[in-house]
Write a protein that binds this ligand. Structure first.
Ligand code: HEM
Length: 501
């Protein structure tokens, strides 16, 4: 029950178990979920909540300014040690990793900085060699429009279709291959990623409760902690990806990189600095881990966000009508929307931002980790070295003092109208932070926003979305979702769509 001096207020700490149980019991949802527990704890204890994740101190930050201040600190840019789950990863024993996780999402220190900078640059450049990423993505949108046309007026589970299409887009950017949308290999990869996110959360509450992390590998405990499932899925992913990387090595043309794998292989070939994470064996090993991270971080997040936006549209036919009018005026019906159209589509931009805000898909961010004791903003509280820090992104984006009626989906909150000319402008809001803030904010943000725009604008230009006949649309408030993992998927719903032309 001991808590360090000046630790922020929060739920009681039970030895070994920590505070999560108390938070779940207080949580307002009918089944335990971290989303509800976080909102309830913020409501009960304030913007800085100190709690215990098993035996580890943890902090929940629900204040935007405090989060901005904290996440720009070097000493809060690390990730928690995730032993033994780092053992899923190929090359986890490399001495320079010192027990940390290779890749990007869960790594820190120099290795992380180098790999992050590289991936950020190449995903932001938005093209490899002669192919623009916009063209790659638009081709995928075109295919999806064709598939949807075949399914008109039939009940459709958007979740599956969207998953497949977004994975295909990411796969072609990273590995340079396209699948037909009904290729069973695509379904297998999606199943693996889904399995990984559901069963193999690398930060396992059960592991955090064990007296020693290595016990999470013991028979029976390995299933409870998720170690078993995570390891199994990782092995399968590595087996699937290895031939692609080998094939790239055999066929690479240094003057014409085809995809992310090629640019990374070239960086590894050209690396002369033995201390670099791109050098030799370390580089060879990094490529597999980085590619896996791009899939884990970029697939489910983007497709779940798209499933949410169509869910909101199905609830709000008046928003669809407004979007159709704007798209018909600016883009017409003879071509798909392009990125350059975006600034002439203020209403569509507002709908996208409102959907990111309302859905808050990564509701608690990805935990950061304090490498030193840190005095918290306001000066009253302090967290010890080794504290896990969670950003309450849902809470910040639903703060009623900045977003009136935050539970209601209302794109008008980001629109300003000039009453004399009737002209509409899009007014973004600094507190809409689905990609988090600071040194570790989402490195795929630029790609995700462009991809999201192209998919959403292309589909909504072509179709109207309705609840499936006789189906009752679930509510979209926080009460309707009880996410089991770190992502907040939309409630299950079935729609029908009709082509507009
Ligand atoms: C709508 C889609 C997406 C959302 C809402 C989202 C959100 C986030 C959030 C909240 C974080 C944690 C930031 C933090 O620790 O403070 C994150 C990290 C990350 N995201 Fe995204 N993301 C999306 C799409 C993507 C895509 C498409 C990619 C790449 C293909 C990507 C790659 C990453 C990576 C590699 C990290 C870890 C960054 C680091 O640890 O330095 N994300 N994302």
């Amino acid at each position: 029950t001991y808590k360090p001096e000046h630790f922020p207020p929060g739920p009681p700490r039970i030895p070994l178990v920590g505070s999560l149980l108390c938070m779940h019991m207080r949580g307002s949802g009918s089944s335990p979920s971290l989303l509800h527990s976080f909102q309830d704890a913020a409501h009960a204890y304030g913007n800085l909540v100190g709690f215990y994740l098993g035996s580890f101190p943890a902090l929940l930050v629900s204040d935007f300014q405090a989060l901005k201040e904290l996440f720009k600190l070097e000493e809060l840019s690390a990730r928690p040690p995730i032993r033994p789950n780092n053992e899923w990863r190929p090359g986890w024993k490399l001495p320079e990793l010192d027990g940390r996780n290779p890749g990007i999402i869960l790594c820190h220190g120099r290795y992380w900085r180098e790999q992050r900078r590289f991936a950020l640059r190449h995903l932001r450049d938005f093209g490899f060699g002669k192919t623009s990423m916009e063209d790659l993505l638009s081709e995928e949108v075109q295919k999806l429009v064709q598939v949807f046309r075949l399914h008109q007026n039939q009940p459709l589970n958007l979740n599956r279709t969207m998953n497949v299409s977004i994975l295909n887009a990411l796969w072609s950017i990273v590995v340079g291959e396209r699948f037909e949308l009904d290729d069973p290999k695509l379904a297998t990869v999606i199943h693996m990623i889904d399995n990984m996110l559901k069963n193999g959360s690398p930060i396992s509450a059960v592991t955090a409760m064990l007296p020693h992390w290595s016990m999470a590998k013991w028979p029976i405990l390995d299933k409870l902690s998720g170690f078993y499932y995570g390891k199994q899925t990782f092995d399968e992913i590595v087996k699937l990806l290895s031939p692609y990387i080998e094939e790239h090595k055999r066929t690479i043309d240094p003057d014409n990189p085809r995809d992310f794998t090629d640019v990374m292989l070239l960086e590894i070939q050209n690396s002369q600095d033995p201390t670099s994470s791109f050098y030799g064996k370390t580089g060879e090993n990094a490529i597999m881990n980085v590619i896996i991270d791009l899939f884990l971080a970029g697939q489910e997040t983007t497709s779940a966000s798209l499933v949410w936006i169509f869910f909101y549209l199905t609830h709000h036919p008046e928003v669809q009508a407004h979007l159709h009018k704007e798209l018909d005026e600016v883009v017409g019906q003879d071509r798909l929307p392009r990125l350059e159209d975006k600034e002439k589509l203020p209403y569509l931009s507002a709908v996208i931002l409102e959907s990111f805000r309302a859905s808050s898909v990564i509701f608690g961010g990805v935990p950061h980790y304090a490498t030193k004791p840190i005095k918290l903003p306001g000066g009253c509280y302090q967290i010890p070295e080794g504290t896990y820090v969670f950003a309450n992104l849902y809470g910040i984006m639903h703060d009623p003092s900045h977003f009136s009626e935050p539970e209601i989906f209302n794109p008008e909150r980001f629109i300003r109208r000039d009453h004399s000319t009737g002209k509409m402008t899009f007014q973004p809001h600094e507190r809409v932070i689905p990609f988090s803030v600071g040194k570790r904010s989402c490195l795929g943000q630029s790609l995700a926003e462009k991809e999201f725009f192209l998919f959403f604008a292309g589909l909504v230009q072509n179709f109207t979305f309705h609840p499936a006949k006789d189906a009752i649309l679930p509510d979209y408030s926080i009460k309707a979702t009880h996410p089991k993992g770190p992502n907040r998927p939309a409630p299950q719903y079935q729609i029908t769509l009709k082509a507009r032309f």
